[in-house]
Design a protein around this ligand. Sequence first.
Ligand code: FMN
Length: 368
Amino acid sequence: MPTLEVVVNGLTFPNPFVIGSGPPSTNATIMNKAFAAGWGGVVAKTTALSDTTVVNVQPRYGKLRSKSRDNVGFQNIELISDRTFEDWEDDFKKVKDTWPDRVLIGSIMESFHKDRWQEVARRSVDAGCDALELNFSCPHGHPESGMGAAMGQDPAQVEEVTGWVREAVGDTPIWAKMTPNITNITVPAMAAMSGGASGVSAINTILACIGVNLKTLRPQPTVQGYSTFGGYSYLAVKPIALRMVAEIAQASPGITISGIGGVTSSTDAIEHMLLGARTVQSCTGPMLQGFGMVTELIEGTLAFMEQHGFETLDELIGKSLPYLTTHHHLVELQTAKKAAQAARRASRDNAWGKGDVKEETAALVSNE
Ligand SMILES: Cc1cc2nc3c(=O)[nH]c(=O)nc-3n(C[C@H](O)[C@H](O)[C@H](O)COP(=O)(O)O)c2cc1C
């Protein structure tokens, strides 16, 4: 019987399925529900010190549906948590007391001040977080004040802030959460590793405009007649997330990656792992499908492992990476295959004329 248990930066996850930072991890009640449903880990909703002003708007979500009305994409303009950090400290303690065998990851974001990042990091760990995720990646709202994706798009800041947090929390695992709103995601990922990160999480949401109301001509979601670009997630972003996870894995073989983006079923999660993710997060998935989706994630992944004869996740993580190559190499492979076929055809008289006669002749010439 295969096992889903996986050790990541010294932490044992009973399974690799982790709630991504957001509404499904916004207080102790909901995090406890996630663990009760069977999730191996939870990344809490991002928090900051209590004097950071967070004012959310509503509505703040929008859906993209296919012609058959299935949800395929989701957009939000939600900020980080509007709760006080003291509330979060209480919640971290409560959750960890209730679920000592599960992995609780605090998610933190701050302005570019060493003392603030170090305080929020240290207090999160003191309150019971097993690991920290550094939010360098929220693409809306916070970048307007130099936080989130504004920091994540500046590799020098990513490296420096990661170094501050590393200094504050000693050996506690730190994952730097990457923004996809950048040309080359490997640059900030490597900067985080140079700063002392234990791994990276990828991806946060993609900056987008979910649509325009054709009656009112207003972009969505509309607040008092106006809108702003928001973070795009769910199934539609999976191809971009898979590409970015693979790029990071290729840039630094063996790096710890928490794959995020478009995980709605075990198939999606397995794809993330095959391209290098050691854990897989889902945020919009549980929002739209409920926490119970973890049952299919577990059963589907175990069935896949049995089918392929994998005993442990280590045997499948990154297994598809060697099959990603350059376009130039694909052309070379195809040309070599065509030449081999022509040579086979040309070597038998009965097969002559099935292909191009000039190619068949050339295949038999030794000094072409
Ligand atoms: C409504 C909403 C709120 C989110 N809030 C946060 C947040 O506070 N911190 C964070 O790091 N990511 C946040 N995210 C991003 C998710 O954690 C995740 O990176 C992204 O949605 C892609 O994964 P998914 O397709 O599984 O949702 C949020 C996503 C959504 C949909």
